[in-house]
Design a protein around this ligand. Structure first.
Ligand code: AR6
Length: 173
């Protein structure tokens, strides 16, 4: 059984086995969660990302996929980088957002991570509506979690995000 917990705060301050990064396909950093993870985690994370680009993802990590690197100086063993979809009002891209959570959990399980922290993927720079993003996140994690992953922690940056996840958690069967 996997326990889902909600925390209001900064994902870079969490003590967990694996932190999930809302990255972009370049794997070279950016703003939001991505910027904060690289800033606090230090250059070892970027060095691993560059190596992954050179070995496997010269054309970029596709949307919906995930890869793991060291967590550098963060209080975690691994950072799992996933690329969320950019919100498109005229196209249903929710399968790609669900895929981010599923792929990240699969990697966490392969690594043997007991605790995994997720941000609300795609709900910042990529503009996904928070309520819908929260519903997809909770539903997918409920379906996909298991194995060695005993805790999935959603780390929400503000009250609106926290409330959206609280509602999604209460509403999901
Ligand atoms: N801890 C937890 N949540 C955070 C933090 C933090 N330190 N900082 C922001 N959030 P975003 P995306 C929330 O933009 O939408 C980057 O430039 C934020 O309020 O980080 O998937 C990447 O390089 C929002 O609810 O990720 C990509 O280019 C959520 O985390 C692009 O942004 C996700 O916001 C990815 O955009």
């Amino acid at each position: 059984m996997t326990t889902i917990t909600l925390v209001r705060g900064d994902i870079t301050e969490q003590h967990v086995d694996a932190l999930v990064n809302a990255a972009n396909s370049s794997l070279l950093g950016g703003g939001g969660v991505d910027g904060a993870i690289h800033r606090k985690g230090g250059p070892a994370i970027l060095a691993d990302c560059r190596a992954l680009r050179a070995s496997h993802y010269g054309k970029g990590l596709p949307t919906g996929r995930a890869v793991a690197t060291t967590a550098g100086r963060l209080h975690a063993r691994w950072v799992i980088h996933t690329v969320g979809p950019v919100w498109q009002p005229d196209e249903d891209r929710s399968a790609l957002l669900a895929s981010c959570y599923r792929a990240s959990l699969r990697i966490a399980a392969e690594l043997g991570a007991a605790s995994v922290a997720f941000p609300a993927i795609s709900t910042g720079v990529y503009r996904w509506p928070m309520d819908d993003g929260a519903r997809i996140a909770v539903r997918t994690v409920r379906e996909a979690a298991g194995g060695p992953v005993a805790e999935v922690r959603f780390v929400l940056f503000d009250d609106a995000a926290y409330q959206a996840f609280e509602t999604a958690l209460a509403a999901a069967p």
